[in-house]
Design a protein around this ligand. Structure first.
Ligand SMILES: *Cc1c(COP(=O)(O)O)cnc(C)c1O
Length: 402
């Protein structure tokens, strides 16, 4: 993975050679996120997309407070999915006017906190309207709302579909006019629409197509809105390459399509701002997961490197975070980057008593020894907090922003 340099056979993360970084963190396993790469990613994306498009960070991809603090300096807003994420975003210095809150099961207390904070709530259920109205009344502050629409189309080629057909997310497009009427009657401050069709998509044309359809749908629904549309959140879905054969997302067709969308929006929804909310794409490639080889076993000819880390910290690398077919994430021996692969493929496993705890299944890797450091790349998103840390009661993973 070329985003991290190699010096004297050792991977360098955030300018620090890996063995020294492990000593600095004070333990393995750990996640390390490279500040410079985060900054570069946002700058590259901004350079590629029309300047008028706002970039939000969907912090469920990686809610580490220090990382969120770094992202707040780079992006235009933060999307949160729970009251704890909201607290982290506020503490990190995010402007409440630029925080939005989505989620299919917002509790009453969460909605009250959101209204008190002055953030934008993406309404996903008829039930939320009277709850928000009561919160507005109690606080003397009208709730700022957008409507999350479950679109009447699907995001093609998306690994994780979150819109189209029956979904627990958002309100079905055909029900939205009735919801908008309710929002108007309740006196909530309507600001716009939010559409999020799916995640981890590497096909630019599919993303552009979904964005065009989202605009068309928003234009149709705007006629029923109680106030002008100020914000149109087109979601995200931008994927990153994980597996051999994955090709990097081509931003050019998305940028061209967004330029058209911006032009149409300027005419038909004057004053509305366009927002993309991205998680994985912004942070995924900036992170590594590092664990240490604790044992090397040979079972009937197959070499197993046993490590102190595994699926309890990195469910996705084990292939159990929504993947249909298990494939190896990119893995290396971080202190043997210059060494050739062993003659026979090597498997890397964790300490858990389950065959699911597999980090690398028969991969070409150098033949490592106890003490060596295994690195899983593309680990900056959906890592520590997307893994069952309590399973088998092993020590917790550490995180460092470097
Ligand atoms: C998860 C999520 C995102 C981020 O998705 P990525 O695929 O990580 O970019 C954005 N918006 C909403 C509403 C989400 O639930």
């Amino acid at each position: 993975m070329s985003q991290f340099p190699v010096e004297n056979g050792e991977l360098v993360v955030g300018g620090i050679p890996l063995c020294r970084l492990a000593a600095r963190v004070g333990q393995t396993p750990f996640y390390a996120y490279d500040r410079g790469l985060l900054t570069r990613r946002v700058a590259e994306l901004r350079a590629a997309l029309p300047a008028s498009v706002k970039l939000h960070y969907a912090m469920k991809a990686n809610p580490m407070p220090a990382l969120v603090g770094h992202m707040v300096q780079l992006v235009d807003g933060i999307d949160v999915a729970s009251e704890r994420e909201l607290a982290v975003a506020l503490d990190a210095g995010a402007d409440p006017r630029e925080i939005s809150f989505a989620g299919p099961g917002k509790r009453d207390a969460e909605l009250l906190r959101a209204v008190a904070a002055g953030i934008l709530v993406n309404v996903e259920s008829f039930r939320e309207v009277p709850v928000l109205a009561r919160a507005s009344q109690a606080l003397g502050l009208p709730a700022r709302v957008a409507v999350r629409v479950n679109p009447d189309f699907e995001l093609k080629s998306s690994a994780v579909k979150m819109g189209g057909g029956p979904k627990p997310f958002g309100v079905d497009a055909e029900e939205v006019p009735a919801l908008l009427a309710g929002i108007g009657r309740a006196g909530l401050a309507f600001e716009g629409f939010h559409l999020f069709a799916g995640s981890q998509n590497l096909k630019a044309e599919a993303i552009a197509d979904a964005q065009q359809k989202s605009l068309a749908l928003a234009l149709r629904l705007a006629g029923s809105a109680p106030a002008p549309v100020k914000v149109l959140n087109l979601g995200g879905g931008f994927g990153i390459p994980y597996f051999p054969g994955d090709t990097r997302l081509d931003l050019a067709p998305i940028a061209a399509s967004l330029a058209e969308i911006a032009q149409t929006a300027a005419q038909r929804l004057p004053g509305a701002e366009l927002v993309l909310e991205l998680g994985r794409y912004l942070v995924g490639e900036a992170g590594v997961y590092v664990c240490r080889v604790t044992d090397r076993k040979v079972s009937r000819g197959q070499v197993y490197l046993v490590t102190d880390g595994g699926l309890h910290h990195h469910l996705s690398a084990s292939g159990n975070f929504g993947q249909v077919i298990r494939k190896n994430h990119p893995v290396a021996i971080g202190n043997r980057m210059d060494e050739a692969a062993a003659a026979a493929p090597v498997s890397v496993v964790g300490p858990l008593c389950t065959p699911l705890d597999l980090i690398a299944d028969r991969m070409p890797l150098p033949d490592a020894q106890p003490g060596d450091l295994v690195v899983v790349f593309q680990s900056g998103a959906y890592g520590a907090t997307a893994s069952p840390g309590g399973f088998l009661s092993h020590p917790a993973v550490a995180e460092a922003l470097v």
